[in-house]
Structure formats: structure tokens, C-alpha cells
Design a protein around this ligand. Sequence first.
Ligand SMILES: Cc1cc2nc3c(=O)[nH]c(=O)nc-3n(C[C@H](O)[C@H](O)[C@H](O)COP(=O)(O)O)c2cc1C
Length: 192
Amino acid sequence: MSALKILVIPGSLRTGSLNAKLAAVAAHALGREGVDVTRISLGDFPLPIYDGDLQAKSGVPKHAINLKRMMSAHHGVLIVTPEYNSSVPALLKNTIDWISRVQDPHETRGQVFRGRVFAIAAASGNKLGGARALAALRLILSACHAQVIPNQLALAFAEDAYDEMDHLKQAVDSDALKALVRQLIDVSQRMM
Ligand SMILES: Cc1cc2nc3c(=O)[nH]c(=O)nc-3n(C[C@H](O)[C@H](O)[C@H](O)COP(=O)(O)O)c2cc1C
């Protein structure tokens, strides 16, 4: 059987992002389990704010098509999102909106989400750890007919969660990450 392929997408572009750090930790954990991991930055896929007139005039932007095809080439996707005003950042929502408009030949629009396995995680400085953003993201992905695994990780007080090597300090956090990674692998393998 070919290696399981997982795409890891941090939802923040910020230098020193707590979510990018969590995405890196998760990517390493997946790699240790033998997964073929691709970790990207949405900074490499800049997209205009979704506008139906723009799509009608110019079509779906190349970066959205490339992201969609990258998703298609992976068995599962892990999204690590910041929480902005109790929801997902515009960057992430806009990216999902554009990808959901992609229609490759012989496919329905937004087909890349259908049945594809997604895991979600968040990191935030407060005690909720971005749990409200996770609820919003779960709803968005579910509306796209994605299969979002039940386990999720909300990393609370994330500014103090990492050591000087950017590893998770607390066993409770690394255990939650391990459980997330395990379930993502198990469910994705079943879908292979
Ligand atoms: C516009 C904005 C809104 C925010 N709203 C929330 C919020 O609702 N809940 C929360 O936990 N943190 C909130 N934060 C703080 C972010 O969680 C914090 O800046 C975090 O470090 C951002 O993620 P990053 O480090 O990956 O860039 C907000 C930050 C910004 C810039």
C-alpha cells in the first residue's frame, strides 16, 4: 500500500504564529508515524476576497485551483486555525470559499471536500484555546460534506505551551495531539 498522505494547513501567516507552531508539531508527529506530510503556508497561495463578479469575469484564481488539486492529492487534511472574534480568520474562510468553487473536469463543484477526511486544531492565548473557531470550522467543512473527525485539539494558553525547541511542554497537550494524529491516520487509512 502506498504511504498515507496528509496535507497540513496553518490558518495564520503571522511570524511566530502559535498555530503555525502547532501545525509544525503535528506535522512532525504525523511524520513519525510514517505519514507522507506536506505542510504549506497560505502565504504562498494569495487569493483576492471572494467576489462572484470576479469569478464570472476571470474564473477561479490559479492559487485556489492549485490548492484544490493539492488537497485532492492527499488522503487527509489537518487545518490549524487561529480564533478571531470567536470564529475562523477571514484568510481561512476565504480560502475555503474559493476552493469550494473549483470544478475540475468530470467533477462536481467543491467535490474535493466530499468524503475527504479533515482534522482540526487551534491554538490561542486564552483558556478556551480557540474552541469557538473549531466549532465554526467544523460547521463550514461539514457544510462542504467533508468528513471531520470527532477528535480535535484546542490548545489553551498557547503562549506558554511551547518550550525553547517549540515542542509542547505539557503531557496533556501532547497526549491530545497524539490522539488527534492517531484518529486522523486511522480514519484516512480506512478511506484509502
Ligand atoms: C482580529 C483578532 C481577533 C481575535 N479574537 C480572538 C478570539 O475571539 N478568541 C481568541 O482566543 N483569541 C482571539 N484573538 C487572539 C488570537 O488568538 C492570537 O492573536 C493568536 O496568537 C493568533 O494566532 P497566531 O498566533 O497563529 O497568529 C484575536 C486576534 C485578532 C488579531
